[in-house]
Design a protein around this ligand. Structure first.
Ligand SMILES: *Cc1c(COP(=O)(O)O)cnc(C)c1O
Length: 230
């Protein structure tokens, strides 16, 4: 994979207002460094241990986004440095992030994961659960969290219309939350949706942040014993 050429290709197809998160999970530190040397500064990881190893071996001006499912017992390991947590999917997790962020003297940016896909998933809030969360006023208590927006994943399908409909629904819900429930509307400005196979549709439907992995770094090899240092 020619990482620099892939980055150029993708950057050319993104409007200036859309942020590119280079999803680097299961790719080596040297591959990340190649992207870094081509001025990529935002990287997305989904495993805490892997993220820690990479952070410790790469330049300090990288913004690390955590995009995976985050277990509450691992929150404290990433809260001191993480730039954005994408997939917050429960009140319990919000509480733990808030607690650990307060301990580190930080205010941590977070997105709430919205479940729009057809597939059954343990993760993510439904539309109703999100409205209920905002109606309850519970989020106002999290002084060490800044809620920046929503994140979602479309169904894994070749049906482009279905993907489009799911992204469209997410955008509608995002707008409704911002317009009807929030006082700090300006800070609720990130809609993280779109991956290698569907980021173009996501942008057409209002995404402001795309998470692209394999189109930059190539296919991930989940079978070998992965070591980011090799
Ligand atoms: C792995 C992953 C991506 C990137 O997927 P690609 O298809 O490789 O672009 C994006 N978002 C999340 C949440 C991921 O886990």
């Amino acid at each position: 994979m020619d990482i620099k050429a892939s980055l150029d290709n993708i950057r050319q197809s993104l409007p200036e207002s859309v942020t590119l998160v280079a999803v680097s999970k299961f790719h080596s530190i040297s591959e990340l460094k190649t992207a870094y040397d081509h001025s990529q500064r935002i990287f997305g990881e989904s495993h805490v241990q892997e993220l820690l190893v990479k952070k410790n071996n790469l330049p300090d001006d990288i913004e690390w986004h955590f995009i995976g499912h985050l277990q509450t017992n691992k929150v404290k390991m990433i809260v001191p440095f993480v730039s954005l947590i994408h997939a917050v999917d429960s009140l319990k997790l919000l509480k733990e992030i808030n607690k650990q962020a307060e301990k580190s003297g930080r205010v941590v940016d977070c997105l709430l994961e919205l479940h729009v896909a057809e597939e059954e998933s343990k993760y993510g809030f439904s539309e109703e659960e999100l409205f209920e969360l905002f109606r309850s006023g519970e989020c106002d208590n999290f002084k060490s969290i800044r809620l920046r927006g929503l994140m979602c994943m479309a169904t894994y399908t070749i049906d482009q219309e279905q993907i489009r409909n799911e992204f469209r629904k997410a955008k509608t819900i995002f707008d409704k939350i911002r317009d009807e429930y929030l006082t700090a509307k300006d800070q609720f400005s990130i809609l993280s949706m779109g991956m290698s196979n569907d980021y173009k549709i996501a942008i057409e439907e209002g995404s402001t942040m795309v998470r692209v992995g394999s189109s930059i770094f190539g296919e991930r090899d989940y079978t070998s014993n992965f070591n980011p240092l090799e």
